[in-house]
Design a protein around this ligand. Structure first.
Ligand code: ADP
Length: 570
């Protein structure tokens, strides 16, 4: 099938050539016909005038003879007419039978002294003539040129012209065909090139060498394709390096599209799930773990980084999973195997719990004996009483430490089942205040309840009680000089945020980021003196984390501290 551009060009060429030849033909013919007519008219006039001269001066020959001779010489019809219109002689008809010619337009004009011309079909001979009449003395002489003779001539010329025109048209069409074919072939090469580029063959080139506009377009396109190929090669090389890097990682890396299909996965993913990743397949076919799936789903929906710990993934292994949004709406997720860390952590926790547990009995025994001795009422000589006091105090401190270590080991492991139920925020706060009021009374500190919203939270009431007990006892311990503690709560988008505020010495900003770490104390001596173990805030943090909430602190030296923790709404 011929290309559309070829057909359009051919149609345009044909129209232009046809219009040009028609206009040329029309103009040449008309100019030529006009020139013939004026030549004939001039010739006719010259002959008529010389004929008139003869008729005026020749008195020796009869008029009919003169008309015949004139007709013979000029090959025209010659007529001699009297002033009254009577025909006196005619070369083509019997003048006696001819009607009066006084009313013929050319005769009329001649009688008035002008050169009369007229074209019409002769009534006498029935042929179309160009008549021309002038006055010759007292007579009108008229020559008639038979138009049929020039018409035949004209027809012949017209035919020759037509043939020439047809030949020129055919020639022009042949040239147009060749030009259109060449242009369309060049354009088809450009189209083919574009299709190849679109189908991914960046090595395609047009290789045009002419310097017309099409050639310039082709050169520009070739340059673009070359640049594309180079950039693509650079990108591919970068990609290969990145892939090699990601494949050498021990962590699993998987990229998914917004509709949760696998875009790419590294070798580690295959090793983790023990099946090859199929590109384009739903990610659920590859990793079925619900925590993993919900993390990437949330990251896709919120377009925010998400992370979680997934246990029992790929057998009994644990993974820390992060999902980072990609610019196109998908996410890239990294699965970091933390089974070993978890195992070591568990061993450490078990060890601490076991040691704490084992220390409990001897410590109780030491404290018991020290107390028994002190309370025996015996007169303790020398420093014995003082030493016993020290033994008892330290045994109590160790007892608190082992208790706190046990609690921490329990809450850190997350193994402890939480009995989460709906509890009214107001009731929980008032219960906490009530239970701590006794301690506050003895310290001469007032605990008040601030702003508290209505509503409930999902929580284990015993665990929440532990949180409040730790925070309030800290406030009592470190902020007595403030003499006031305010417990409050506020509604937040992610739940209810509880607060314990004191007006004590506050905490310097450099300590704030580490304050929830175990054994982190701002003033070790003071903490120890006041019976602190350095574990209270760590216990608070882990209980809150186990509830899916978060902890934070706001404090400034000299302006008191406020500890916050959030719990989810019921
Ligand atoms: P400790 O048993 O030492 O109180 P915590 O974990 O409860 O251990 O607290 C860690 C440290 O944070 C404390 O040693 C103390 O320095 C500081 N701290 C805790 N609560 C307050 C508070 N309300 N005001 C000032 N400092 C505080």
């Amino acid at each position: 099938m011929r290309s559309r551009i070829f057909l359009k060009m051919m149609a345009a060429f044909v129209m232009v050539i046809a219009a040009a030849t028609l206009i040329l033909d029309f103009n040449i013919r008309h100019t030529w016909e006009d020139s013939i007519s004026s030549d004939v008219e001039r010739l006719l006039e010259q002959n008529t005038r010389s004929f008139a001269l003869r008729v005026q001066n020749d008195h020796d020959h009869p008029l009919q003879q003169m008309a015949d001779e004139e007709a013979h010489i000029t090959e025209m019809r010659a007529t001699i007419i009297a002033r009254d219109g009577t025909v006196l002689a005619d070369s083509s008809a019997d003048y006696k039978t001819m009607e009066n010619h006084g009313s013929r337009p050319e005769v009329k004009a001649a009688l008035e002294g002008a050169t009369g011309t007229n074209v019409r079909v002769s009534k006498t001979v029935g042929v179309e003539f160009l008549y021309l009449a002038v006055l010759g003395g007292d007579k009108v002489v008229r020559l008639a040129f038979p138009l049929s003779s020039i018409q035949g001539h004209i027809a012949q010329i017209r035919q020759t012209l037509m043939r020439g025109t047809a030949l020129a048209l055919a020639l022009a069409l042949l040239i147009a065909l060749a030009v259109a074919q060449r242009v369309s072939r060049r354009l088809r090469r450009i189209v083919g090139f574009a299709e190849q580029i679109a189908s991914g063959n960046l090595a395609a080139r047009i290789a045009e060498h002419s310097d017309d506009e099409i050639g310039q377009v082709a050169v520009a396109l070739d340059r673009t394709a070359r640049r594309l190929e180079e950039n693509f090669a650079a990108i591919r090389e970068g990609q290969v390096q990145l892939e090699a890097l990601l494949n050498s990682m021990k962590d699993g890396v998987i990229a998914v599209s917004p509709d949760l299909r696998v875009l790419w996965a590294n070798q580690a993913i295959t090793d983790i799930v023990r099946q090859p990743a199929r590109i384009g397949a739903p990610v659920i076919e590859l990793v079925r773990h619900p925590d993993f799936l919900s993390t990437i789903r949330t990251a896709v929906q919120l377009q925010q980084r998400q992370s979680t710990i997934a246990t029992s993934l790929a057998g009994s292994r644990s993974f820390s999973i992060t999902a980072e949004p990609l610019p196109d709406g998908g996410v890239v997720s990294v699965l970091h195997d933390i089974s070993e860390i978890e195992r070591v952590e568990k061993t450490r926790r078990d060890f601490i719990a076991n040691v704490s547990h084992e220390l409990r009995t001897p410590l109780t025994s030491i404290r018991g004996y020290a107390e028994t001795l002190l309370e025996s009422g015996e007169d303790l000589s020398g420093n014995t009483g003082e030493f016993l006091q020290v033994i008892r105090r330290n045994a109590e401190r160790m007892g608190r430490l082992t208790e706190d270590l046990l609690v921490l080991a329990r809450v850190e492991s997350g193994e402890e089942k939480l009995d989460r139920r709906s509890h009214s925020v107001q009731q929980m706060i008032s219960e906490a205040v009530q239970s701590m009021q006794k301690n506050a009374g003895s310290e001469d500190v007032e605990i008040t309840i601030g702003e508290v919203p209505a509503g409930s939270v999902m929580a284990d009431s015993y665990a929440v009680h532990q949180i409040f007990a730790n925070l309030i006892s800290n406030a009592l311990r470190y902020a007595q000089n403030g003499k006031k503690i305010i417990i409050g709560a506020k509604e937040k988008p992610n739940g209810i945020e509880f607060s314990v505020r004191d007006f004590g010495p506050g905490i310097a900003s450099e300590h704030l980021p580490r304050i929830f770490e175990r054994f982190y104390r701002v003033d070790k001596a003071r903490s120890r003196e006041s019976g602190g173990t350095g574990l209270g805030l760590a216990i608070v943090k882990h209980i809150v984390l186990n509830h899916g909430g978060s902890v934070r602190v706001e404090s400034a030296v000299g302006h008191g501290s406020t500890f916050f923790f959030t719990l989810t709404k019921a």
